[in-house]
Ligand binder design. Structure first.
Ligand code: FE
Ligand code: FE
Length: 169
C-alpha cells in the first residue's frame, strides 16, 4: 500500500477496520459467554448483531468505491482482544470479572470510535457522501455502546463487585 493520496489512506483505513470488525464478530460471543451479569451478556449479544452490520456497511463502502473488500490485519484490535481473553482466563469473583470485561470492551469501543471518526472525516473530505453517512451510522452505534457499558458499570456491575468484596472482608 502506498500512502501517496488521501484516497489510498481512506482505503487502507477501511481495510484495517474491516479486519477489526471481523475479529470482533469472533470475539464478542466469547465475551458474552464469559459475562456473569445477565444484562452484560445481553449487551454483548446485542452488540454482536450490530457488529455484523458494521462489517456489512464496510463491504457496502468497498462496493461503492469499486474495490475488493479485503481486510488488512488490525494489530491494535488483535492486542485489545488478546487482553480481553486473558482476563477471561483469570480466576476471580464473577462481578469483578464483569467489571474487567466492561473495561476491555470499552477499550475496544474507544478504538473504534477513534477509527470511525477518522474514516468518516476522510470520506467527507473526498466527497464520498454515501460512505460518510454509513460510517457515521456505525460511529453513532459505537458511541451508544460505549455509553451503555458505562451505565451498566455504574448501575449494576461495579456496585455488585463492591458488595461482593465487602462480603468477603
Ligand atoms: Fe464496530
Ligand atoms: Fe463496537
Amino acid at each position: 500500500m502506498k500512502l501517496d493520496s488521501l484516497e489510498n489512506l481512506f482505503v487502507h483505513e477501511l481495510k484495517d477496520l474491516l479486519s477489526a470488525e471481523k475479529q470482533l464478530v469472533k470475539a464478542l460471543p466469547k465475551m458474552a459467554k464469559g459475562a456473569s451479569s445477565e444484562a452484560l451478556r445481553a449487551g454483548f449479544e446485542e452488540h454482536l448483531e450490530q457488529t455484523k452490520g458494521h462489517v456489512e456497511r464496510l463491504e457496502k463502502i468497498f462496493a461503492l468505491l469499486g474495490k475488493t473488500a479485503r481486510a488488512e490485519t488490525c494489530k491494535a484490535m488483535e492486542g485489545l482482544i488478546e487482553e480481553g481473553s486473558d482476563l477471561l482466563k483469570e480466576e476471580g469473583a464473577p462481578s469483578v470479572k464483569d467489571a474487567a470485561l466492561i473495561g476491555a470492551a470499552q477499550r475496544v469501543e474507544h478504538y473504534e470510535i477513534a477509527a470511525y471518526g477518522t474514516v468518516r472525516t476522510l470520506a467527507q473530505l473526498l466527497g464520498q457522501d454515501e460512505a460518510a453517512e454509513l460510517l457515521q451510522e456505525t460511529l453513532d452505534e459505537e458511541k451508544e455502546t460505549d455509553e451503555k457499558l458505562t451505565e451498566l458499570a455504574m448501575s449494576e456491575v461495579n456496585p455488585e463487585a463492591e458488595s461482593e468484596a465487602e462480603r468477603r472482608s
